[in-house]
Ligand binder design. Structure first.
Ligand code: CO
Ligand code: CO
Length: 326
């Protein structure tokens, strides 16, 4: 879901009794602070999440498709399956023809089709800056919820997509990268985390989240904060998209990567030989990034036996909620 500060405020609010529901509040299984909220209605566990982004590519259909993949990702990060979605669009009719909105929505529906989910409504508002996203509802087996916390000493840390889309889309906007060079990165963003999510469930993952706006290290920190474990990340084993280091050299680094790095420096310790370029890569905000999963080492076999892309990027050890980058 959204920025940690918003989630923290929601978590601090006093819950209230809902008289209209016979005085019974729903059973909240997962509240603010995870990738999505989960409530139990009867025997069904309902997953809900919302995410809205600004364009990361030029083509409106592709933008809608990427944004939808990004929004459903939080359902997969909880081990769930998306069912329905509502569209949210910030749109200026002075700057764009209505056909642009239709293209964006068609792209979103294209992605939702692949996810087996349906778009059942939406809301738009006037906004000088184009924004689009989805609120997604899904279901999850209440005994197989993948939580952000729960990593266990001795686990391995797995990442299921390479990093760098924030840097590459900055380079695209800056005219330093061609649409053709961006094509592979777009394919990664369009890829759903559905199979990675099932593999994580089958492997009995101890924790799982998706890498999005806070970058790899920010989301890794969310997994260990307030826990008696540390992550040891082997930065040389973190997979990277093509052209990314070249683009960092050319200054194509999004504002968000610097902001994330500043935050990360408070919770992470970096080995001397981890250079600034790599620190920025590990802090690069991702759109529709991969899943970050912790599981027992002998369960990696589930990933080995699948056709999924994955990399073992580190391990979990006893500690105090820190990220150690080597
Ligand atoms: Co989210
Ligand atoms: Co998330």
């Amino acid at each position: 879901m959204g920025p940690a500060d918003l989630e923290d405020i929601i978590g601090s609010l006093r819950p209230f009794k809902h008289e209209g529901n016979g005085g019974k509040a729903p059973v909240v299984l997962i509240g603010p602070g995870d990738d999505a909220g989960i409530t139990l209605i009867g025997n069904t566990a309902i997953v809900e999440t919302v995410d809205v982004i600004t364009p990361v590519v030029n083509d409106p259909f592709t933008f809608g498709a990427v944004s939808a993949a990004n929004s459903v990702s939080d359902v997969y990060a909880m081990g769930g399956i998306p069912v329905t979605a509502l569209a949210i669009a910030g749109f200026s009719s002075c700057d764009y023809e209505p056909v642009v909105l239709k293209e964006i929505l068609s792209g979103a529906v294209h992605t939702l089709d692949k996810a087996g989910a349906r778009l059942i409504g939406g809301h738009s508002f006037d906004d000088p800056e184009l924004k689009f996203g989805l609120s997604v509802m899904g279901t999850v087996d209440k005994n197989r919820i993948l939580r952000v916390s729960g990593a266990i000493d001795g686990d391995v840390v797995i990442l299921t997509k390479p990093l760098g889309v924030g840097i590459l889309s900055t380079a695209l906007k800056g005219g330093k990268l061609s649409d053709e060079d961006m094509r592979r990165a777009i394919e990664w963003m369009l890829m759903l985390n559905d199979k990675a999510s099932s593999a994580a469930s089958s492997a009995g993952a101890s924790a799982c989240t998706d890498v999005s706006g806070f970058g790899l290290l920010g989301h890794a920190y969310n997994m260990v904060r307030n826990a008696a474990v540390d992550f040891v990340i082997d930065s040389a084993r973190v997979p990277v998209m093509e052209h990314v280091f070249d683009m960092i050299d050319r200054g194509m680094v999004p504002e968000g990567a610097y902001r994330n790095l500043k935050f990360n420096e408070a919770h992470a310790s970096f080995s001397q030989d981890v250079g600034d370029e790599r620190k920025l890569l590990l802090s690069d905000p991702q759109t529709s990034g991969g899943l970050l999963i912790t599981l027992r080492e002998d369960k990696i076999k589930v990933f080995e036996d699948s056709s999924l892309f994955y990399a073992v990027i580190g391990s979990v050890q006893r500690g105090s909620g820190r990220i150690i980058v080597k």
